[in-house]
Design a protein around this ligand. Sequence first.
Ligand code: GUN
Ligand code: ZN
Length: 496
Amino acid sequence: MELLIDGTMTEFEIRHKDLMGRIGKLRTPHGYIETPTIMPVINPNLNSIGAEEMKKYGAEILIANAYIIYRKEESREAAIKKGIHAFLGFEMPIMTDSGSYQLYEYKDVEVSNREIVEFQQRIGSDICVPLDIPTPPNVKRERAKDDLEETLRRMQEARSIIQTNLLTGVVQGSTFLDLRGECAQRVSEIGFEVYAIGGVVPLLESYTFDKLVDIIVASKMNLPLNAPVHLFGVGHPMIFPLAVALGCDLFDSAAYALYAKGKRYITSDGTRKVEELCYLPCSCPVCSSYSVKEIKENEDLLAAHNLWVTFEEMRTVKQSIVERSLWELCERRCRAYPALLNALKQMTKYSALIEKYDPVTKHPFFYLDESSAHRPEVLRYSYRLNRFTLSGNVLITTYPLSQGTNATERGRFDHLFFVKPPFGPYPVGLEESYPVGQSEIPTAVDNDAKTIALQNVLKLLELNRHVKFVFLYDRSWEGHPLIEEIRRYAEVRKEG
Ligand code: GUN
Ligand code: ZN
């Protein structure tokens, strides 16, 4: 537990951060879990992988559907009698969902919010969920607003019932970003231990990942930073790096089982029809012990593989948070599909926001493609150009230290700046500092990087109008339109 400045306790302690992602520790009545993590969905009627067995894959917490248990008298009575942990045979933390997803799929459920919330409390769920209304994307605004008001009413009611277990406040609002923001704010005012972003499953099914980015950001901006955020119904690993980078901490996966049912083999960069596999691109315990043929014929083996790779990807994401290389992981993973690349581009639109949360020093900056030019670190560098106070004569050169104008000529200047794309001008003193001095930039750098570098040169010139600048550039910069702009403030020379 973390003690806040005002003396209150919080259930969630943040250990490491990168971008808006974090590694955190959440306290539940059945012990701590480390986030980000994935909660496998356990359906006692369907599952081939038992609750206890889930630990071996790396599960620290499971999620079950309280409504499915409640609906049948037999399971309802058994769960009340034994408690959810003994009922499922799992002594670690268990979250329960409320039946909202069934509400979305079948338009109706035979239970009230009060009943299902009280049931979750009675069976001792560690994290309970009210019966929120998942509004689909792109509905009429009035519908989204009406659903949202009802969802808020239900959350208020749930809050008055649940005091000892953890309770989840769910953000709805369809694809209206202002409604998402409003809902997140009002949910935060009620106050929950866990927050969730709901109603996004159809966006994943249609690969509308850029809209998902918008919704996560609009919600996150209005939720408390010191509470975990669950992204409901998201269990495919290809979206984990991006969702975690934007501040999501919990995920639930029925995907491993549903995809297996559909004969689909999950990988960290997408899904394959198992029928089309001639080789197994994986070394999990299943893929290293069984043949392609055996996996094709056995849905349980396929589900097990799907679960292994799901947890593997989450560990990769966590390691990249510790190393502070999550942006690079997003860049690599978002190369898998054009729709993911859209989402990455969408994330770069929020760089100014991410910059506020992003740690100042990191793993070396790897420039991997033009989206790297729009990283939060590059933006931060540009914000900080006003920290240079210059006077007299200043040389800005695209040549490295050992080339170009000779040392004696350089000695005539009061300040010397080199130019490194995408950052732009930097003094020798920053040669060792993150990010400019600790960045690996390909020699064949793209135009976005050069443009931003020259924009930053211009910014430095504009911030220091009283200074006499000389700008020296080599042939690799020739013809860039911003050189003409620079000419308005500096003596410009091309060498070599
Ligand atoms: N599972 C998938 N989406 C949702 C949602 O929006 N709300 C709840 N409670 N469960 C979900
Ligand atoms: Zn495998």
